[in-house]
Design a protein. Structure first.
Length: 445
């Protein structure tokens, strides 16, 4: 069931990640476009003021856009009068409509507080240009000018004002300033609302993706459970015929002694029994049916009893086995299954090392955890295989399978036992030189 939970978690995580990226892109683009547009409009308006000597002229300034043979037109105050005039003078009617419907430059700046100042080369204010009363004293205006000159830029912002510095025909300069505090507050609220909307969308995505993920992985879950149930049932059913074959072999050996064919059958039947046993353990573990008995036991003694019998095997293979275990380590766990881990790791080190190799087994503990390590010199493990070796039936070196036997189930079983104890089992190696497995478990549940 752990695989199903991992699959569901990855599905939910992927959906949320995609939603976060897409929605973040939309909100960022929208906020950027609005901010850029407001900034550009403010810059255009300042340039417009500078072109008109600091004033915002009335709409009549657009008369220059009309053909030369069009005389200046007056604003139409009465549509009916314009309609009657059109019947008498069609050209006047056209000019009147042009004046009435003529677009006004930077119309969005109507409510903006702006002013312009002409300064001397030394930075002193010579003239204040304004289209409506200002609530600034002469000293405050001079402070604005000093801040602008300090920026030493043509365009910029100071104290919520955007400014534009234009050179005049003489040595004087024209500074046009536009109050953008209201816009900046509006943009700030827009950013806050966008962030709140973004967070709400993430929460909504999580709430939606969880039931959707359950629905989407239901076929995979059913197939996975059927597969695990099949392995468990098949492994359980195979135990009986394997036991019967073993019993018949023992009977035949008593009647036909020294028959090599019986020895072959007996060896393969034993291997098949071990394989079925391992498959049954993994199937039960996947189904959460492995019942571990947690109790306090002597961890030091358990390691010594599990590792010391391998000294003879190591000696016969021309290898050195060193055991260094901290005395007096106590542990709360399933002693039988942990001994199985100790045996698997030492057996793995012996099988995957050449003659003359050194195998070092150590165990240490502190107040919270226990660390069990098995180190061996030899061919090592490629970096890409450090996690793959914990997959079922995976063998890093297939040429060694024929020599050592095994099905690649020992390490997956060892990691499963470590995880059942709330611990971990990891591998480290320098390919061609050494390999080391580290088991870490808490001293107490």
């Amino acid at each position: 069931m752990k695989v199903i939970k991992q699959l569901q978690f990855k599905f939910v995580y992927s959906m949320i990640l995609i939603e976060m990226i897409v929605f973040a892109g939309i909100l960022f683009s929208l906020n950027f476009a609005i901010t850029r547009r407001e900034s550009n409009e403010a810059r255009d308006f300042l340039v417009f003021l500078a072109q008109n000597k600091g004033h915002r002229p009335p709409p009549k300034h657009f008369d220059k856009l009309l053909p030369e043979n069009f005389p200046p037109s007056e604003m139409v105050e009465d549509i009916d009068a314009t309609s009657s005039a059109s019947r008498e003078h069609p050209d006047d009617f056209l000019r009147s409509l042009t004046s009435f419907f003529r677009p006004e430059h930077s119309d969005k700046a109507n409510l903006r507080n702006y002013f312009s100042v002409i300064i001397s080369n030394s930075g002193k204010i010579l003239e204040v240009i304004q289209d409506f009363p200002l609530n600034y004293t002469g000293k405050e205006l001079q402070n604005f000018v000093d801040l602008v000159l300090k920026e030493n830029q043509k365009f910029g912002s100071v104290g919520g004002f955007m400014f534009y510095v234009a050179e005049q025909e003489n040595t004087n300069r024209l500074i046009c300033m536009l109050n953008r505090n209201s816009e900046l507050k509006t943009l700030s609220k827009l950013y806050i609302y966008s962030a709140i909307l973004y967070l709400m969308s993430i929460v909504f995505s999580i709430l939606i993706s969880i039931p959707i993920s359950k629905y989407m992985i239901r076929p995979a879950k059913e197939a996975f459970l059927k597969q695990k149930q099949f392995i468990a049932d098949a492994s359980h059913e195979l135990k009986t015929p394997i036991a019967v074959i073993g019993a018949n072999i023992d009977v035949l050996e008593s009647e036909i002694k020294g028959n090599k064919w019986l020895e072959y059958i007996k060896t393969e039947n034993k291997r098949m029994g071990e394989l079925v046993k391992d498959l049954l353990y993994l199937a039960k573990n996947d189904a959460g049916r492995n019942e571990l008995t947690f109790c306090d036991f002597d961890f030091t003694n358990a390691v010594e009893n599990s590792v010391l019998p391998f000294e003879v095997i190591a000696f016969e293979a021309g290898k050195t086995l060193q055991l260094n275990v901290q005395k007096g380590i106590s542990c709360n766990g399933d002693e039988k299954s942990l001994k199985q881990v100790f045996i698997i790791l030492v057996d793995n080190a012996l099988k995957n090392s050449e003659s003359g190799a050194q195998i070092k087994v150590s165990a240490t503990a502190d107040d919270k955890k226990i660390t069990y390590k098995v180190f061996n010199t030899g061919t090592g493990i490629p970096k890409d295989d450090l996690e793959k070796i914990f997959l079922r039936f995976y063998r890093s070196d297939y040429s060694r399978v024929r020599k050592t036997g095994g099905y690649g189930l020992g390490l997956p079983i060892a990691r499963a036992i470590a995880q059942d104890h709330g611990g971990s089992l990891i591998a480290d190696s320098e390919f061609g030189k050494w390999a080391e497995f580290t088991l870490t478990i808490p001293r107490k549940r």
